[in-house]
Design a protein around this ligand. Structure first.
Ligand code: HMG
Ligand code: MG
Length: 338
């Protein structure tokens, strides 16, 4: 029996010429994969925030409505940040006032940077907020005008109020696998930040490769360290961007550490306005294709999801994704997908 580390680190055990299906069906690989995954659909917030085309509020509402029919249990709806910093999110209140009806089974978290954002979110009837720190001070400062330590000072009143108000708090660590300003980020720092967010009251922490520079080797190192620190895998989410085309490979590595929550975005829209070079989040449809091939349950209706994707893509004037294009071809492989 090979250990996880050997699987990834020893090329003599599994050479790169090993057929992928042999690797996937090896007892080692299969036994560590989760049987189901929860997708956190982040397109209405992380997807839209960096788009220069301002989508009108009614279209965003319709988009969230379409997404609510797809089976997602979590849809990140918007953010309560300074509208001068992120104009696309300036309609957060209207978005929250027009969430789809009869959707108590779906959580609609909103991103908040400080207590002001939290209060606005609470007044808008949010049941869940997401707070965000980063793996590097330079990024955190560029993003939110405070250091990592100062971000925790801003979180303290949020944790206190959220506990009293019964509002769930999700944590993000942006640039956990690389910073556009400082370069590599220390994995042990990310472990420490994850522990701190969980201790303070986050119910889960999303490990963000905000600029999409991670690759299977660096993802392995980080998730191995998180696992050795005894952070339960069900408290962690993977948040990958696809700048260098490594997002799916990175998810495969994270799945191997039994990570069961992934943040994705239909049509791969997304990015961060404060992260130079950050392109889209990994596309939800591509992740579903990967999960489908591994027989991992996800509960998403891909046809309905593609309707939502096509809708927002048309509003942004974006081209269809390679998988969307392929699904329109009557390929026998995809028949089992629907
Ligand atoms: P600051 O300069 O420290 O705040 O900004 P301040 O308290 O000094 O206030 C400055 C101004 O902001 C004031 O307005 C405040 O009222 C206003 P003014 O008097 O100048 O008109 N303000 C607010 N307005 C609305 N909502 C608020 C709020 N707070 C202050 N909550 C702040 C701090 C964080 C607010 C600002 O820098 C900001 O909004 N930044 C935007 C951050 C952001 O949204 N970044 C993108 C999301 S993070 C991301 O994408 C990464 C992630 O997805 C993970 C991944 O991808 O890996 C999470
Ligand atoms: Mg992101």
């Amino acid at each position: 029996m090979f250990s996880k580390a050997k699987f990834f680190l020893s090329s003599s055990q599994f050479s790169h010429t090993q057929p992928i299906h042999t690797l996937l069906s090896s007892p080692l690989f299969k036994s560590l994969l989760p049987s189901s995954v929860r997708i956190v659909e982040v397109s209405p917030r992380d997807g839209l925030q960096a788009e220069s085309t301002i989508v009108n509020t009614n279209d965003k509402i319709q988009f969230i409505n379409l997404l609510s029919k797809c089976g997602f249990k979590t849809i990140e709806a918007t953010s309560f940040v300074n509208p001068k910093a992120v104009p696309q999110m300036s309609d957060a209140l209207e978005i929250m006032s027009n969430l789809p009806p009869n959707c108590d089974h779906i959580s609609f978290p909103v991103l908040v940077p400080n207590i002001k954002g939290y209060i606005n979110a609470k007044n808008a009837n949010a049941k869940e907020v997401s707070i965000f720190t980063a793996g590097s001070d330079t990024f955190q400062k560029t993003n939110t005008n405070c250091t990592i330590d100062e971000s925790f000072e801003r979180f303290d009143p949020i944790f206190k109020a959220a506990k009293e108000d019964g509002i769930a708090v999700r944590g993000y660590i942006s640039c956990a696998l690389g910073c556009p300003y400082e370069g590599p980020v220390s994995p042990s720092r990310v472990v420490h930040l994850t522990e701190k967010l969980l201790e303070k009251g986050c119910y889960e922490v999303s490990i963000g490769d905000t600029i999409g520079v991670a690759s299977p080797g660096t993802v392995f190192t980080l998730f191995d360290l998180l696992s050795k620190a005894n952070i339960p895998s069900d408290k962690l989410a993977g948040h990958f961007h696809n700048t260098y085309g490594q997002a799916l490979a990175n998810i495969l590595v994270a799945l191997n550490f039994e990570i069961k929550i992934f943040d994705t975005s239909v049509c791969g829209i997304g990015g961060c306005p404060f992260a130079k070079g950050s392109t889209g989040n990994v596309a939800t449809e591509d992740v579903l294709n990967l999960l489908h091939s591994l027989n991992i349950k996800h509960d998403i209706d891909i046809k309905k999801m593609m309707v939502a994707g096509e809708f927002i893509r048309s509003k942004l004037g974006r081209k269809e994704t390679p998988l969307e294009r392929a699904l329109k071809i009557d390929h026998p492989y995809f028949k089992s997908f629907f």
